[in-house]
Write a protein that binds this ligand. Structure first.
Ligand code: XMP
Length: 321
């Protein structure tokens, strides 16, 4: 019978058998899949596992801290944090084209992750890489197994030949809801277990226009308000994802106090979905939308307009870039 205890015991035994005395590395993204996969591997082989978290500076408010502090405290995992914020921002400076942004972020991510993996490998006998592949990913990619060919989507693909790892994929038979159940059973922080999907390129693809520190800070504030109000309304689990998008190159006229304002619009993009392949815009209660709008325009000085995206996917995509 399916109980979280059974699955955990079974996977722990399997991982021990696969890994033996060798060392393992795992990239953490802040998302639930890699977090649960790593926690399972840690339960199985303890400090033979080293996790790598690349802070690319494109995460939302509090997310890096969640990995660096809460997750480590909950699991006792050995974590190498690479602060690559300057590097990513430098590489992204002035870039406005969405595909270009993705390419740059993917490239930098692989370079940074690879360097960290090499460093860890230099001290030990690393043969394995943990991947948080789920059952739907396996089906989608035609059931392929074995070598490190991760969806480019997930930003850890394309490791060079001399860094070839065998994969440890303890979630291959599981669906997302099952992974969440395991995560809770393993004692992971609730906010992490219930986190909405978030794209690897992060806030960079939610700033329409060039990415810089100032714009990121602004979007982080607006995004945090939207998340807080959604949570306060008890609607986290009714919504698949809730991107907040900054139209950084657009300005509109408004009034603020006695004066004219000329600020940026922010787009709310709450969506309902089963698998992100198709989606519909979430019919959030008007009073929740109103609270988010009021707070954003009051608390984020540079934003003087909040708009709601009412496009389904298709024809829209969930993200704006
Ligand atoms: P779209 O915008 O194509 O997004 O409707 C579908 C789902 O994929 C997420 N997404 C990404 N996830 N790396 C990721 O790990 C990416 O480059 C990426 N782009 C989009 C998006 O958030 C949604 O859940």
């Amino acid at each position: 019978t399916w109980t979280p205890e059974n699955i955990i015991d079974e996977q722990v035994a399997r991982i021990r058998e696969q890994v033996g005395e060798k060392e393992v590395i795992c990239g953490l993204s802040g998302g639930v899949d890699s977090a649960v996969a790593a926690a399972l591997v840690h339960k199985a082989v303890g400090d033979q596992l080293t996790c790598v978290f690349v802070d690319h500076g494109l995460l939302r408010a509090g997310e890096a801290e969640q990995v660096e502090k809460d997750y480590v405290a909950a699991t006792g995992i050995k974590l190498k944090v690479v602060d690559a914020r300057d590097r990513f921002l430098g590489a992204l400076a002035g870039v406005t084209d969405p595909e270009q942004k993705r390419k740059i972020i993917g490239r930098e991510f692989i370079r940074v992750f690879e360097a960290a993996a090499r460093e860890i490998a230099a001290h030990g006998d690393v043969e394995f890489l943990v991947q948080g592949t789920l059952y739907p990913d396996v089906v989608e990619s035609g059931g392929g197994t074995g070598t490190a060919n991760i969806k480019s989507h997930h930003n850890v693909g394309g490791l060079p030949e001399d860094l070839k790892f065998a994969l440890v994929e303890p979630l291959r038979a599981l669906f997302k809801d099952e992974v969440r159940t395991l995560g809770l059973q393993l004692g992971l922080p609730e906010e992490m277990v219930w986190r909405h999907p978030f794209p690897g390129p992060g806030l960079a693809i939610r700033i329409i226009g060039a990415v810089d520190e100032e714009r990121l800070a602004l979007l982080r504030k607006a995004d945090l308000i939207a998340r807080q109000e959604l949570t306060a309304a008890g609607l986290d689990r009714d919504v698949w994802q809730f991107p907040v998008v900054l139209l950084a190159d657009v300005r509109s006229v408004g009034v603020q106090g006695d004066g004219r304002s000329y600020g940026h619009p922010v787009v709310l993009r709450p969506v309902s979905s089963e698998d992100a392949m198709t989606a519909d815009w979430s019919r959030l209660p008007y009073d929740v939308i109103a609270r988010i709008s009021t707070r954003i325009t009051n608390e984020v000085a540079e934003v003087n307009r909040v708009v709601l995206d009412v496009t389904s996917k298709p024809p829209g995509t969930i993200e704006w870039e």
